[in-house]
Design a protein around this ligand. Structure first.
Ligand code: NAP
Ligand code: G4F
Length: 326
């Protein structure tokens, strides 16, 4: 039986990946950072909270990572833990650098110093491209991050490449474009919108305040994207891959899809609030997933329309229960 250690197991991707690996008969360990109330609701939502083994630890604490690797003896380590919200990275740049940047090095060092042969997956991001001049971004596009989050991820990305080249480690970076689901954090724009659509439809919210609705993103479904992470670690050689749908849509048009699913016109409810604009914006992201298709046999299966409808339906169900107290 193979074993895997997932940092960020309580996050959106961590929960979906844990479920996928359990289905593949892995023994799944997850790093659990100390919180006054542990946030295991996503594992509960997927019904796997009893099946994963949680190890106390934090990405900012090297010793806890070393201990986690020694305990789990993982064949594969997936580093998904991060301060992952771009907006917060301007308010907490040092924390973001320590968790999202230096944390990657802590995991790599834990693997190296424990003499572990674990394969390593790093959650890199399309935010690395930032102010790119390439209209379509691929593995060869130059990086130009636009936020403290993007800069921290750049450090993690190059550290991973460096450990692969320095120590012959089986280390891969997945350069994933935005991916969403009913388990997405509430602060990200798709979930903020689908939650608001449900509340407005059920009469408990009047308007939705957003920032830059002309920004474009290449949005896919998280459930599809975790399969690509696993596939990267099953190849003969380690490498880096762009994972995307190859389509881009404005926040405005994503709102249109969400509101029209419940028979509403988004223009009646959206208020553009300049206070929600970012200090530096990534205006357009559009990925070229050709390499992933050719080498991994992976492609996105869920359309944006289906994804947003799935999220609106899940939020309607949850908000209805909240309202009725059940
Ligand atoms: P997420 O839902 O925000 O999950 C982040 C996870 O990291 C949570 O489990 C969180 O635990 C954990 N974490 C935060 N600080 C930590 C620390 N100091 N020590 C240990 N764990 C810590 O993010 P996601 O959407 O699943 O994304 C997974 C990874 O992919 C992240 O690295 C993200 O930056 C990257 N990424 C995401 C996307 C996307 O569109 N979703 C695209 C590209 C790359 P708590 O919940 O307890 O705080
Ligand atoms: O949903 P977002 O906050 O995601 P963002 O910034 O693209 O980052 C996500 O995807 C990255 C991959 O590209 C990940 F690395 C990262 O961890 C995270 O998962 O914002 C998307 C767009 C932005 O242009 C933002 O300015 O939506 C725009 N937006 C407009 N109004 C808003 C809002 N974003 C948020 N969160 N909230 C708004 O009210």
């Amino acid at each position: 039986m193979k074993s895997a250690l997932i940092t960020g197991i309580t996050g959106q991707d961590g929960a979906y990946l844990a479920k996928l690996l359990l289905q593949k008969n892995y023994e799944v360990y997850g790093l659990l950072p100390r919180r006054s109330t542990p946030s295991i609701w996503r594992l509960q939502f997927l019904g796997i909270q009893e099946e994963v083994r949680l190890i106390a630890g934090d990405l900012t604490d090297f010793s806890s990572l070393s201990r986690a690797v020694a305990l789990a003896k993982p064949d594969e380590v997936y580093n998904l833990g991060a301060q992952s919200y771009v907006g917060t990275s301007w308010q907490q740049p040092v924390l973001t650098a320590q968790t999202t940047g230096l944390g990657v090095l802590h995991v790599l060092e834990a693997i190296r110093l424990e003499n572990s042969n674990s394969k390593f997956y790093q959650a890199s991001t399309s935010e690395l491209f930032g102010l790119t001049e390439d209209p379509v971004q691929s593995e060869s596009t130059l990086f130009y991050p636009r936020s403290p989050y993007g800069v921290a991820k750049l450090f993690g990305h190059w550290m991973t490449v460096n450990y692969r080249e320095s120590y012959d480690m089986f280390a891969c970076c997945g350069i994933l474009f935005n991916h969403e689901s009913p388990l997405r954090g509430m602060e990200f724009v798709t979930r903020k919108v689908t939650d608001a659509v449900a509340r407005i439809k059920l009469g408990i919210q009047k308007e939705l305040r957003l920032g830059n609705i002309e920004a474009k993103r290449d949005w896919g479904f998280a459930g599809d994207y975790v399969e690509a992470m696993w596939l990267m670690l099953q190849q003969e050689k380690p490498d880096d891959y762009v994972i995307a749908t190859g389509r881009t849509t404005t926040v405005r048009d994503m709102c249109k899809i969400a509101f029209s699913h419940v028979g509403l016109d988004y223009e009646d409810f959206i208020v553009v609030d300049p206070n929600l604009y970012r200090p530096a914006e990534v205006e357009v992201l559009l990925g070229n997933p050709d390499k992933a298709k050719r080498k991994l046999g992976w492609q996105a299966r869920t359309s944006l329309q289906d994804l947003i409808q799935m999220m609106v339906e899940a939020d309607l169900e949850r908000v209805r229960k909240e309202v009725s107290g059940k």
